[in-house]
Design a binder for this molecule. Structure first.
Ligand SMILES: Cc1cc2nc3c(=O)[nH]c(=O)nc-3n(C[C@H](O)[C@H](O)[C@H](O)COP(=O)(O)OP(=O)(O)OC[C@H]3O[C@@H](n4cnc5c(N)ncnc54)[C@H](O)[C@@H]3O)c2cc1C
Length: 338
Protein backbone atom coordinates (compact mmCIF):
# COMPACT_ATOMS: atom_id res chain seq x y z
CA UNK A 1 0.00 0.00 0.00
CA UNK A 2 3.05 2.24 0.27
CA UNK A 3 3.04 5.22 -2.04
CA UNK A 4 5.86 7.64 -2.65
CA UNK A 5 3.54 10.64 -2.36
CA UNK A 6 3.50 10.37 1.44
CA UNK A 7 6.68 12.33 1.98
CA UNK A 8 8.00 15.70 0.89
CA UNK A 9 11.11 15.93 -1.29
CA UNK A 10 13.28 15.84 1.86
CA UNK A 11 11.77 12.45 2.79
CA UNK A 12 9.82 13.86 5.72
CA UNK A 13 6.06 13.43 6.13
CA UNK A 14 3.86 16.36 7.10
CA UNK A 15 1.87 14.18 9.42
CA UNK A 16 2.43 10.74 10.90
CA UNK A 17 -0.65 9.11 12.35
CA UNK A 18 -0.21 6.43 15.00
CA UNK A 19 -3.18 4.06 14.85
CA UNK A 20 -5.40 2.99 11.95
CA UNK A 21 -8.66 2.85 13.87
CA UNK A 22 -11.59 5.16 13.07
CA UNK A 23 -9.74 8.25 14.36
CA UNK A 24 -6.55 7.52 12.44
CA UNK A 25 -8.29 6.57 9.19
CA UNK A 26 -10.60 9.57 9.16
CA UNK A 27 -7.71 11.81 10.24
CA UNK A 28 -5.74 10.49 7.30
CA UNK A 29 -8.59 11.37 4.93
CA UNK A 30 -8.69 14.94 6.24
CA UNK A 31 -4.93 15.26 6.04
CA UNK A 32 -5.12 14.22 2.39
CA UNK A 33 -7.91 16.70 1.74
CA UNK A 34 -5.55 19.40 3.02
CA UNK A 35 -2.77 18.07 0.81
CA UNK A 36 -0.56 17.02 3.69
CA UNK A 37 1.94 14.23 3.04
CA UNK A 38 0.60 11.53 5.29
CA UNK A 39 1.59 8.18 6.75
CA UNK A 40 -0.38 5.88 9.05
CA UNK A 41 1.31 3.35 11.31
CA UNK A 42 -0.41 0.53 13.15
CA UNK A 43 0.82 -2.37 15.23
CA UNK A 44 -1.96 -4.61 13.94
CA UNK A 45 -1.70 -6.36 10.58
CA UNK A 46 -5.03 -4.91 9.42
CA UNK A 47 -6.51 -1.43 9.65
CA UNK A 48 -9.65 -0.77 11.71
CA UNK A 49 -8.44 -0.73 15.32
CA UNK A 50 -10.99 -2.11 17.79
CA UNK A 51 -13.56 -2.61 15.02
CA UNK A 52 -11.33 -5.09 13.23
CA UNK A 53 -9.71 -6.69 16.24
CA UNK A 54 -12.64 -6.94 18.64
CA UNK A 55 -15.98 -6.85 16.85
CA UNK A 56 -15.67 -7.08 13.06
CA UNK A 57 -19.01 -8.83 12.52
CA UNK A 58 -21.16 -6.71 14.81
CA UNK A 59 -23.67 -4.12 13.69
CA UNK A 60 -22.98 -0.54 14.76
CA UNK A 61 -26.03 1.71 15.03
CA UNK A 62 -24.61 5.08 16.03
CA UNK A 63 -22.42 6.13 13.12
CA UNK A 64 -23.86 9.23 11.41
CA UNK A 65 -25.37 8.45 8.04
CA UNK A 66 -25.68 4.70 8.63
CA UNK A 67 -28.86 3.45 10.32
CA UNK A 68 -26.80 0.32 10.87
CA UNK A 69 -23.49 -0.84 9.50
CA UNK A 70 -21.41 -3.95 10.05
CA UNK A 71 -18.15 -3.04 11.72
CA UNK A 72 -16.04 -4.69 9.01
CA UNK A 73 -17.91 -2.76 6.28
CA UNK A 74 -17.40 0.55 8.07
CA UNK A 75 -13.67 -0.15 8.16
CA UNK A 76 -13.72 -0.96 4.44
CA UNK A 77 -15.37 2.41 3.66
CA UNK A 78 -13.00 4.29 5.99
CA UNK A 79 -9.98 2.70 4.33
CA UNK A 80 -11.38 3.47 0.87
CA UNK A 81 -11.96 7.10 1.90
CA UNK A 82 -8.50 7.43 3.49
CA UNK A 83 -6.73 5.78 0.54
CA UNK A 84 -8.15 8.37 -1.90
CA UNK A 85 -5.02 10.36 -1.16
CA UNK A 86 -2.60 7.41 -1.17
CA UNK A 87 -1.09 7.86 2.28
CA UNK A 88 1.60 5.37 3.25
CA UNK A 89 0.05 2.63 5.38
CA UNK A 90 2.61 0.85 7.55
CA UNK A 91 0.92 -2.14 9.19
CA UNK A 92 2.48 -4.51 11.71
CA UNK A 93 4.71 -1.66 12.93
CA UNK A 94 4.83 -0.75 16.62
CA UNK A 95 5.71 2.84 17.54
CA UNK A 96 7.91 2.78 20.60
CA UNK A 97 8.87 6.41 21.04
CA UNK A 98 8.19 9.92 19.72
CA UNK A 99 11.05 12.36 20.10
CA UNK A 100 11.75 15.88 18.89
CA UNK A 101 14.80 15.92 16.67
CA UNK A 102 14.95 19.63 15.90
CA UNK A 103 12.59 22.62 15.67
CA UNK A 104 10.99 21.30 12.47
CA UNK A 105 11.26 17.56 12.84
CA UNK A 106 9.93 14.83 15.08
CA UNK A 107 11.04 11.22 14.96
CA UNK A 108 8.97 8.13 15.47
CA UNK A 109 11.09 5.26 16.66
CA UNK A 110 9.43 1.97 15.70
CA UNK A 111 10.37 -1.70 15.89
CA UNK A 112 11.03 -1.53 12.14
CA UNK A 113 12.97 1.72 11.87
CA UNK A 114 12.76 5.48 12.35
CA UNK A 115 10.21 7.76 10.62
CA UNK A 116 10.85 11.50 10.28
CA UNK A 117 7.84 13.80 10.34
CA UNK A 118 6.75 17.38 10.93
CA UNK A 119 3.81 16.51 13.17
CA UNK A 120 2.29 13.51 14.92
CA UNK A 121 -1.32 12.56 15.50
CA UNK A 122 -1.67 9.88 18.15
CA UNK A 123 -4.83 7.84 17.55
CA UNK A 124 -3.71 4.85 19.60
CA UNK A 125 -7.12 4.05 21.07
CA UNK A 126 -6.82 1.88 24.12
CA UNK A 127 -3.21 1.18 23.26
CA UNK A 128 -1.94 -2.21 22.32
CA UNK A 129 -4.57 -4.70 23.41
CA UNK A 130 -4.37 -8.45 23.65
CA UNK A 131 -7.07 -10.97 24.51
CA UNK A 132 -7.02 -12.52 27.96
CA UNK A 133 -6.04 -16.14 27.58
CA UNK A 134 -6.55 -19.27 29.62
CA UNK A 135 -3.47 -19.91 31.76
CA UNK A 136 -3.34 -23.64 30.97
CA UNK A 137 -0.53 -24.24 28.39
CA UNK A 138 -2.40 -27.26 27.00
CA UNK A 139 -4.67 -24.84 25.10
CA UNK A 140 -1.80 -23.17 23.25
CA UNK A 141 -1.37 -25.74 20.41
CA UNK A 142 -5.07 -25.36 19.53
CA UNK A 143 -5.01 -21.55 19.17
CA UNK A 144 -6.47 -20.70 15.75
CA UNK A 145 -6.91 -24.42 15.11
CA UNK A 146 -10.44 -24.52 16.43
CA UNK A 147 -9.82 -22.40 19.54
CA UNK A 148 -10.13 -18.64 19.09
CA UNK A 149 -9.66 -15.64 21.33
CA UNK A 150 -10.95 -13.30 18.63
CA UNK A 151 -12.90 -14.02 15.47
CA UNK A 152 -12.17 -12.25 12.21
CA UNK A 153 -14.33 -14.30 9.90
CA UNK A 154 -17.46 -16.08 11.00
CA UNK A 155 -17.40 -18.20 7.82
CA UNK A 156 -15.12 -20.68 9.61
CA UNK A 157 -18.06 -21.66 11.83
CA UNK A 158 -20.56 -22.40 9.09
CA UNK A 159 -22.23 -25.74 9.83
CA UNK A 160 -19.99 -26.36 12.87
CA UNK A 161 -20.66 -27.21 16.50
CA UNK A 162 -19.52 -24.13 18.36
CA UNK A 163 -18.84 -23.60 22.05
CA UNK A 164 -18.81 -19.98 23.24
CA UNK A 165 -17.19 -19.34 26.63
CA UNK A 166 -18.04 -16.16 28.56
CA UNK A 167 -20.89 -14.06 29.92
CA UNK A 168 -20.30 -10.57 28.52
CA UNK A 169 -21.61 -8.78 25.44
CA UNK A 170 -19.11 -10.46 23.14
CA UNK A 171 -20.07 -13.97 24.26
CA UNK A 172 -23.80 -13.35 23.98
CA UNK A 173 -23.44 -11.51 20.68
CA UNK A 174 -21.36 -14.32 19.20
CA UNK A 175 -23.86 -16.92 20.33
CA UNK A 176 -26.68 -14.93 18.67
CA UNK A 177 -24.64 -14.14 15.61
CA UNK A 178 -23.82 -17.81 14.99
CA UNK A 179 -27.06 -19.48 16.03
CA UNK A 180 -28.48 -19.59 12.48
CA UNK A 181 -25.09 -20.12 10.89
CA UNK A 182 -23.43 -22.86 12.89
CA UNK A 183 -24.94 -26.34 13.25
CA UNK A 184 -25.28 -25.91 17.01
CA UNK A 185 -24.17 -23.29 19.51
CA UNK A 186 -23.53 -23.95 23.18
CA UNK A 187 -22.65 -21.10 25.54
CA UNK A 188 -21.11 -21.76 28.94
CA UNK A 189 -20.66 -19.17 31.67
CA UNK A 190 -19.24 -19.65 35.13
CA UNK A 191 -22.05 -17.71 36.85
CA UNK A 192 -25.78 -17.34 36.24
CA UNK A 193 -25.62 -13.54 35.79
CA UNK A 194 -24.59 -12.09 32.43
CA UNK A 195 -22.66 -8.85 31.87
CA UNK A 196 -24.43 -8.24 28.57
CA UNK A 197 -27.28 -6.12 27.23
CA UNK A 198 -30.44 -7.56 28.78
CA UNK A 199 -32.38 -7.62 25.50
CA UNK A 200 -29.63 -9.77 23.96
CA UNK A 201 -29.58 -12.12 26.95
CA UNK A 202 -33.37 -12.48 26.69
CA UNK A 203 -33.13 -13.15 22.96
CA UNK A 204 -30.47 -15.79 23.56
CA UNK A 205 -32.50 -17.47 26.30
CA UNK A 206 -35.44 -17.78 23.89
CA UNK A 207 -33.30 -19.05 21.01
CA UNK A 208 -31.81 -22.43 20.06
CA UNK A 209 -28.56 -21.56 21.82
CA UNK A 210 -27.88 -24.12 24.53
CA UNK A 211 -26.97 -22.05 27.59
CA UNK A 212 -25.19 -23.75 30.49
CA UNK A 213 -24.52 -21.55 33.50
CA UNK A 214 -22.06 -22.51 36.27
CA UNK A 215 -20.02 -24.32 33.61
CA UNK A 216 -16.36 -23.77 32.80
CA UNK A 217 -14.00 -25.11 30.15
CA UNK A 218 -11.56 -27.75 31.41
CA UNK A 219 -9.82 -28.90 28.24
CA UNK A 220 -10.15 -29.36 24.51
CA UNK A 221 -9.37 -32.52 22.60
CA UNK A 222 -8.46 -33.28 19.02
CA UNK A 223 -5.69 -34.31 16.74
CA UNK A 224 -4.24 -30.99 15.63
CA UNK A 225 -7.72 -29.48 15.28
CA UNK A 226 -10.29 -29.17 18.05
CA UNK A 227 -12.92 -31.93 17.91
CA UNK A 228 -14.20 -31.93 21.50
CA UNK A 229 -14.33 -29.91 24.69
CA UNK A 230 -14.58 -31.05 28.26
CA UNK A 231 -16.61 -28.71 30.43
CA UNK A 232 -17.44 -29.00 34.13
CA UNK A 233 -20.13 -27.81 36.49
CA UNK A 234 -18.24 -25.64 38.98
CA UNK A 235 -20.73 -26.50 41.76
CA UNK A 236 -20.57 -30.30 41.47
CA UNK A 237 -17.27 -30.65 39.54
CA UNK A 238 -19.05 -33.09 37.23
CA UNK A 239 -17.41 -33.20 33.80
CA UNK A 240 -19.07 -33.53 30.39
CA UNK A 241 -17.31 -33.96 27.05
CA UNK A 242 -19.12 -32.49 24.05
CA UNK A 243 -18.25 -32.68 20.35
CA UNK A 244 -17.23 -29.24 19.06
CA UNK A 245 -15.29 -27.95 16.06
CA UNK A 246 -14.95 -24.41 17.27
CA UNK A 247 -14.40 -22.83 20.69
CA UNK A 248 -14.68 -19.05 21.05
CA UNK A 249 -13.23 -17.68 24.28
CA UNK A 250 -14.43 -14.19 25.14
CA UNK A 251 -12.66 -13.58 28.40
CA UNK A 252 -12.02 -9.88 27.90
CA UNK A 253 -8.88 -8.01 26.93
CA UNK A 254 -5.72 -6.87 28.59
CA UNK A 255 -5.17 -3.23 27.70
CA UNK A 256 -1.75 -1.74 27.82
CA UNK A 257 -0.81 1.75 26.74
CA UNK A 258 2.69 0.33 26.73
CA UNK A 259 5.38 2.80 25.84
CA UNK A 260 2.99 5.73 25.25
CA UNK A 261 2.89 6.53 28.97
CA UNK A 262 6.62 7.17 28.84
CA UNK A 263 6.71 9.61 25.93
CA UNK A 264 6.74 12.59 28.29
CA UNK A 265 3.22 13.71 27.41
CA UNK A 266 0.90 15.08 30.09
CA UNK A 267 -1.76 12.51 30.90
CA UNK A 268 -5.24 12.58 32.40
CA UNK A 269 -4.94 9.80 34.95
CA UNK A 270 -2.95 6.89 33.59
CA UNK A 271 -5.15 6.08 30.59
CA UNK A 272 -5.58 9.26 28.52
CA UNK A 273 -3.29 11.71 26.78
CA UNK A 274 -4.29 15.20 27.86
CA UNK A 275 -5.52 17.43 25.02
CA UNK A 276 -7.07 20.87 24.68
CA UNK A 277 -9.92 21.97 22.37
CA UNK A 278 -7.57 21.83 19.37
CA UNK A 279 -6.56 18.27 20.34
CA UNK A 280 -3.03 19.53 21.08
CA UNK A 281 -1.01 17.53 23.60
CA UNK A 282 1.60 19.03 25.91
CA UNK A 283 4.30 18.40 23.23
CA UNK A 284 4.34 20.97 20.40
CA UNK A 285 3.46 19.39 17.06
CA UNK A 286 1.98 16.31 18.71
CA UNK A 287 -1.80 15.95 18.74
CA UNK A 288 -4.09 13.15 19.93
CA UNK A 289 -7.63 12.09 18.98
CA UNK A 290 -10.08 9.28 19.62
CA UNK A 291 -10.19 6.94 22.59
CA UNK A 292 -6.64 7.80 23.67
CA UNK A 293 -7.38 11.50 24.25
CA UNK A 294 -9.24 13.38 26.97
CA UNK A 295 -9.67 16.90 28.21
CA UNK A 296 -8.94 17.47 31.88
CA UNK A 297 -12.18 17.42 33.88
CA UNK A 298 -14.36 16.21 30.99
CA UNK A 299 -15.66 12.65 30.98
CA UNK A 300 -14.39 11.10 27.71
CA UNK A 301 -17.03 9.68 25.34
CA UNK A 302 -15.15 6.85 23.71
CA UNK A 303 -17.21 6.46 20.56
CA UNK A 304 -16.59 6.32 16.84
CA UNK A 305 -18.54 9.55 16.22
CA UNK A 306 -16.42 11.48 18.71
CA UNK A 307 -13.23 9.91 17.30
CA UNK A 308 -14.16 11.22 13.82
CA UNK A 309 -14.84 14.70 15.12
CA UNK A 310 -11.66 14.88 17.19
CA UNK A 311 -9.55 13.63 14.28
CA UNK A 312 -11.07 16.30 12.02
CA UNK A 313 -10.36 19.01 14.60
CA UNK A 314 -6.81 17.76 15.22
CA UNK A 315 -5.79 17.53 11.56
CA UNK A 316 -7.11 20.97 10.66
CA UNK A 317 -5.29 22.61 13.58
CA UNK A 318 -2.19 20.59 12.64
CA UNK A 319 -2.46 22.13 9.18
CA UNK A 320 -2.49 25.55 10.81
CA UNK A 321 0.47 24.56 13.03
CA UNK A 322 2.45 23.56 9.92
CA UNK A 323 1.29 26.59 7.93
CA UNK A 324 1.31 29.53 10.35
CA UNK A 325 -1.18 32.22 9.43
CA UNK A 326 -3.43 29.83 7.53
CA UNK A 327 -7.02 29.05 8.43
CA UNK A 328 -7.80 25.91 10.37
CA UNK A 329 -11.21 25.74 8.68
CA UNK A 330 -10.76 23.54 5.60
CA UNK A 331 -13.69 24.85 3.56
CA UNK A 332 -16.48 22.58 2.38
CA UNK A 333 -15.56 19.36 0.63
CA UNK A 334 -18.78 19.67 -1.40
CA UNK A 335 -17.28 22.75 -3.02
CA UNK A 336 -14.14 20.89 -4.07
CA UNK A 337 -13.79 18.78 -7.18
CA UNK A 338 -12.35 15.48 -5.93
C1 LIG B 1 -17.03 -4.60 21.59
C2 LIG B 1 -17.05 -3.13 21.28
C3 LIG B 1 -18.15 -2.59 20.66
C4 LIG B 1 -18.19 -1.22 20.36
N1 LIG B 1 -19.31 -0.71 19.75
C5 LIG B 1 -19.34 0.61 19.45
C6 LIG B 1 -20.51 1.17 18.86
O1 LIG B 1 -21.50 0.50 18.60
N2 LIG B 1 -20.49 2.52 18.57
C7 LIG B 1 -19.41 3.32 18.84
O2 LIG B 1 -19.45 4.51 18.53
N3 LIG B 1 -18.30 2.80 19.43
C8 LIG B 1 -18.24 1.48 19.74
N4 LIG B 1 -17.13 0.96 20.36
C9 LIG B 1 -16.02 1.88 20.66
C10 LIG B 1 -15.19 2.19 19.41
O3 LIG B 1 -14.73 0.99 18.82
C11 LIG B 1 -14.02 3.07 19.79
O4 LIG B 1 -14.50 4.28 20.34
C12 LIG B 1 -13.17 3.38 18.55
O5 LIG B 1 -12.61 2.19 18.02
C13 LIG B 1 -12.05 4.35 18.89
O6 LIG B 1 -11.29 4.54 17.73
P1 LIG B 1 -9.75 4.97 17.81
O7 LIG B 1 -9.32 5.19 16.41
O8 LIG B 1 -9.62 6.08 18.79
O9 LIG B 1 -8.97 3.76 18.47
P2 LIG B 1 -8.86 2.20 18.12
O10 LIG B 1 -10.03 1.71 17.35
O11 LIG B 1 -8.57 1.54 19.41
O12 LIG B 1 -7.57 2.11 17.18
C14 LIG B 1 -6.30 2.37 17.74
C15 LIG B 1 -5.23 1.70 16.91
O13 LIG B 1 -3.95 2.16 17.37
C16 LIG B 1 -3.02 1.11 17.31
N5 LIG B 1 -1.91 1.35 18.23
C17 LIG B 1 -1.96 1.56 19.57
N6 LIG B 1 -0.74 1.79 20.06
C18 LIG B 1 0.13 1.70 19.00
C19 LIG B 1 1.53 1.85 18.86
N7 LIG B 1 2.31 2.14 19.90
N8 LIG B 1 2.08 1.68 17.61
C20 LIG B 1 1.30 1.39 16.54
N9 LIG B 1 -0.04 1.26 16.63
C21 LIG B 1 -0.61 1.42 17.83
C22 LIG B 1 -3.83 -0.12 17.70
O14 LIG B 1 -3.23 -1.29 17.17
C23 LIG B 1 -5.20 0.19 17.07
O15 LIG B 1 -5.34 -0.41 15.79
C24 LIG B 1 -17.08 -0.39 20.67
C25 LIG B 1 -15.94 -0.94 21.30
C26 LIG B 1 -15.93 -2.30 21.59
C27 LIG B 1 -14.70 -2.87 22.26
Amino acid sequence: MTDTTHTNSDGISDISIIGAGPAGLFGSFYAGLREMKTEIIDALDEPGGQLTALYPEKFIYDVPGYPKVISRDLVKYLVEQAMMWKPAMHLGVHVQKVIRKDAQTLELVTDKGVHATRSVLICAGVGAFSPKKLPNPEFVPYENKGLYYSVRDKAIFRGKNVLVVGGGDSAVDWALNLKDYARHVTLIHRRDGFRAVQSSVTEMMHSDVEVKTFYELKSVGGNGLVTSATIFDNRTKQETTIPVDGVILTLGFNVDLGPIKNWGLEMVGTRYIKVNRKQETSMPGVYAAGDISAEEGVEPLNLIATAFSQACVAVNFMYQYLNPGSKAFPGHSSEKKL
